[in-house]
Design a protein around this ligand. Structure first.
Ligand code: FES
Ligand SMILES: [Fe+2]
Length: 366
């Protein structure tokens, strides 16, 4: 197992032929045009009058102005704010208001495949044919009761997306960084298991005979004095994660307890910045008091945002700064708790390398 702990901390690059979350659909409905930079690509999103989502390169072919600062005309054309060229949903320039109105063939912008699923927009960032089945499974969001779901949230993190995945796939840090909030001293000595299922990596931590961390105790008012605390995090390539986090009676199946599915979707904005989308859905609900459920809904949302923004992000962003300014190659000390991060980094690096090789055309001898 420890032989997997060999991927350098700084292995770089993006997997291009994959779906990445652009954002929550609700947020894209706030304005006619919305900008998002993904994998260093500027993209403008809009919904046509017929209800179709469109994602275009947000960079006018004329002098590279951001189309997202322009206007959506008649629900189907984007007008550049600088000199008024208009582009349709296929990325073709369809109106040049200047001179004789001639439209050069190169006057077009790239179109990105975009799909609405699980309350989010997903963009296929590669050149190969998009595979709709490859959108990460967040169907838990499709029918989640509103009362048991937390808000659809977002943070911008000034760090490479891999440092955030490392954090999420190694939940031993909850006992320290989130002490008293999500983890506690009893959860340090957990059994940790790492499995690979298809190309997903799953890390399970099982703390037995523990006191219930505060938020779980509130979700289960008459919980037993000692509980098992289980976290099961699933990484889905390239950067989506789904966590089951719960307490249950000692020795019982975790699904008989209570907790929440915590969803984490990471999209690289650049090599050093990441869009971090997150939300949670409770399961095994053991409260039936409306006022308490509303309080818990707000509390879980606030607690998770606080944990990510005030506790995880400062550490992760400092890691990025230290990596950036290091005057030597940094090799991490490897511990047993690193097995999950090592596994996913190896799988991701293999997929990025395979993609890179497929782009290299063999030289044909004449
Ligand atoms: S930069 Fe867009 S029309 Fe000139
Ligand atoms: Fe954390």
């Amino acid at each position: 197992m420890l032989s997997d702990l060999t991927q350098p901390m700084t292995t770089g690059g993006f997997l291009r032929n994959a779906w990445y979350m652009a954002g929550w659909v609700d947020d894209f409905c706030q304005a006619p045009l919305t900008h998002r930079t993904m994998l260093d690509e500027p993209i403008v999103f809009f919904k046509t009058g017929s209800g179709q989502w469109v994602a275009l390169e947000d960079r006018c072919a004329h002098r590279f102005a951001p189309l997202s600062q322009g206007h959506l005309l008649e629900g189907c054309r984007v007008q550049c704010p600088y000199h008024g060229l208009e582009y349709d949903a296929t990325g073709a320039c369809v109106n040049n208001p200047h001179g004789a109105g001639r439209i050069p063939p190169s006057a077009r912008v790239k179109v990105w495949p975009v799909v609405e699923r699980h309350r989010a927009l997903w963009v296929w960032m590669g050149e190969q044919t998009p595979q709709p089945d490859a959108i990460p499974d967040y169907s838990i969001l499709d029918h989640a009761p509103t009362l048991h779901s937390t808000r659809l949230d977002y943070l911008s993190i000034r760090a490479n997306y891999r440092l955030i995945i490392d954090n999420l796939l190694d939940l031993s840090h909850t006992s320290y960084l989130h002490e008293g909030l999500i983890g506690n001293a009893d959860t340090v000595r957990s059994d940790t298991q790492c499995e690979v299922e298809g190309s997903d990596v799953i890390v399970t931590r099982h703390a037995r005979d523990a006191s219930a961390p505060a938020i779980f105790a509130q979700c289960w008012p008459d919980h037993p004095p000692r509980v098992d605390k289980v976290t099961r995090m699933r990484w889905m390539a390239p950067s989506s994660l789904r966590l089951l986090s719960c307490i249950c009676e000692p020795g019982r199946d975790p699904m008989t307890g209570t907790g929440f599915h915590a969803l984490h979707m990471l999209t690289p904005e650049s090599a050093q910045t990441t869009h971090y989308f997150f939300t949670a859905v409770r399961f095994g609900v053991k409260t039936d008091d409306l006022a308490l459920d509303l309080e818990l809904q707000e509390k879980i949302a606030r607690m998770r945002r606080f944990a990510f923004e005030e506790q995880d992000a400062p550490v992760i962003e400092a890691q990025q700064r230290y990596l950036d300014c290091a005057n030597r190659v940094l090799e991490p000390v490897l511990l047993e708790i690193d097995v999950g991060p090592a596994r996913y980094r190896r799988i991701l690096a293999q997929r990025i390398e395979a993609e890179r090789r497929s782009l290299i055309r063999p030289v044909v001898a004449r």
